[in-house]
Design a protein around this ligand. Sequence first.
Ligand code: KG4
Ligand code: ZN
Length: 335
Amino acid sequence: MAICQRVGIAMILSIESSCDDSSIAITEIATKKLIYHKKISQELEHSVYGGVVPELASRLHAEALPSILAECEPWFGELKAIAVTNEPGLGVTLIEGVTMAKALSITLSIPILPINHLKGHIYSLFIEKEAVLPITVLLVSGGHTQLIEVKSYTEMETVATTMDDSYGESFDKVAKMMHLGYPGGPLIEHLAKSGDATKFTFTVPLWQSPLIAFSYSGLKNQVRLAVEANEPSAYPDIASAFQYTATEHLIQKLKKYFKSHPPKRFAIVGGASANLYLRNSVTKILATYKVELLLAELKFCSDNAAMIGRAGIEAYTKGELQPYNNISVNPRCKL
Ligand code: KG4
Ligand code: ZN
């Protein structure tokens, strides 16, 4: 009887520290219910620099993670594993979460589930839900712009990726050029609302190329020239034209891809999936295929530990449990 009860409330504690968000969650394995979730963002601290400063991020994780963990103590007795983001991300910040996971693993005598951050974003779609697969996923974040065919937790194929900058990163860089702060995505999206996209014309990246790939560095340079040549009063128009062009690039490549791979189920995940202009533009092309756009809840679009815990349940089910001394940090690893 006692054993049945313990199985019934078995939980995973998950840790996310791949960039500038310190987050811990506790998820019930059997029901996928999110029992606890807290995130401390460092946006304010990095804002003055116009981007994430890795060493500062690392120091802030070292302060924030233990303070969140202290609130999780009541559930320590129910934990079956620690899920932790160990790839990809900033080496100096990943190590903060991984070190905490190792310490907990030793103290509580439970194994670790190393989790790929990108899989975490994909499973943000299924927090407190069953996974419905297969699904085609557009992952747009600060570090990644990828089109992924997800067949299962262990079978994911990246079918298109960026050749240089990512979609979210290009918003961050344009915001930095305009001295708006960080993260640039919401700031540019807001500024673009009061602008006229037709006042500036930027070339859509790779529009003549048959490649299904993404590129943002050329667009970033076009925007830089416009910013340098104009007064701040023109920034809303530049932001609007930039957002239009950056998104049109994704739309053109999706249309091309869908010709040979019509979508049956389609989702956008990652921090930049919060962008309403992007959501609306993708919804329009999906209508042609009578497919609805699937999204994570807004609070789970940007980095968080709830998505790592949800991916952790899949990893737990697949038996991907590891002893603490088998876990390493892989900053550049892909899917
Ligand atoms: O997924 P995330 O929290 O962190 C990474 O894994 O990178 O994504 C953060 C990125 C930042 O580049 C941020 O500017 C971008 O997502 N972002 C947006 C929006 N909200 C966040 N980009 C465009 N429009 C938005 N509304
Ligand atoms: Zn992320």
